[in-house]
Design a protein around this ligand. Structure first.
Ligand code: SF4
Length: 233
């Protein structure tokens, strides 16, 4: 993936984590997911839909919607509107026509319009966590994914896959994605902050699945504590 210019300040990897095999685990996962499609936002970035506004729209569309649905819906929307100004020229019916296959499509039409209006009123695209989470319908996961993918700022996008898998590893012990985000921010070397979502979304869909994970063929079996895994394939 071409994530471009990193505009951030890098910090040193915490010395307590130097011995943890997480870099090797992520490398093994990188190889194992090669045959599978990328997660929606990373695929859109690869296709050139890499502005903050486009990534925000795609993240909203991906909420509770399969990548197989949100990816083509995002592209259909971007064929009509790639900026807040272009989106605001569309009617609700026209936006709905592009995204109707997504879950909560009517609600998402309203959210997209509110985001476009807010950005237009501000006169600039949001470029930090506070500005992003001030937007309607944008939570920490979307804000961090947009920061990482569109802005080149290291940030951890903790969705249900990242939360489930890092807890199964025993790498963190957190009851919610928000708590996993806090724990990962403390432990995970910064150079892996953006890619962990890119790697663990397809890994969670095809290997470390929600039920009956494929432990017997898993490339990180030897480094995984399998916390909470009672049955597996
Ligand atoms: S060993 Fe099982 S629980 Fe651990 S990462 Fe692999 S599939 Fe997931």
């Amino acid at each position: 993936m071409r994530l471009g210019k990193l505009a951030c300040v890098r910090t040193e990897t915490p010395t307590t984590e130097v011995q943890h095999p997480i870099p090797r685990m992520l490398q093994a996962i990188r190889r194992s997911i090669a045959p599978y499609p990328r997660a929606t936002l990373f695929e859109l970035h690869e296709q050139g839909y890499d502005s903050v506004f486009e990534q925000l729209c795609a993240c909203v569309l991906s909420i509770r919607t399969l990548d197989e649905t949100s990816l083509p819906a995002s592209i259909e929307l971007f064929e009509r509107a790639r900026t807040p100004q272009e989106l605001l020229k569309l009617s609700d019916e026209e936006i709905y026509g592009c995204i109707h296959t997504c879950t909560f499509a009517h609600q998402k039409v309203s959210t997209l319009r509110k985001i476009a209006q807010a950005i237009q009123e501000r006169g600039h695209e949001p470029r930090n966590f506070e500005e992003l989470t001030d937007l309607p319908g944008v939570g920490p996961k979307c804000a961090n994914l947009v920061l990482g993918i569109a802005c080149g700022v290291p940030a951890i996008g903790v969705d249900i896959h990242v939360h489930r898998i890092t807890n199964r590893w025993g790498y963190v012990a957190a009851s919610t994605p928000e708590k996993s985000l806090n724990a990962l921010t403390q432990k995970l070397p910064r150079k892996h902050w953006v890619e962990i979502n890119e790697l663990l979304v397809p890994f969670g869909k095809h290997v470390c699945t929600g039920t009956l994970p494929h432990c017997s063929t898993c490339p990180v079996y030897g480094n995984c504590e399998r916390v909470g895994v009672t049955k597996h394939r």
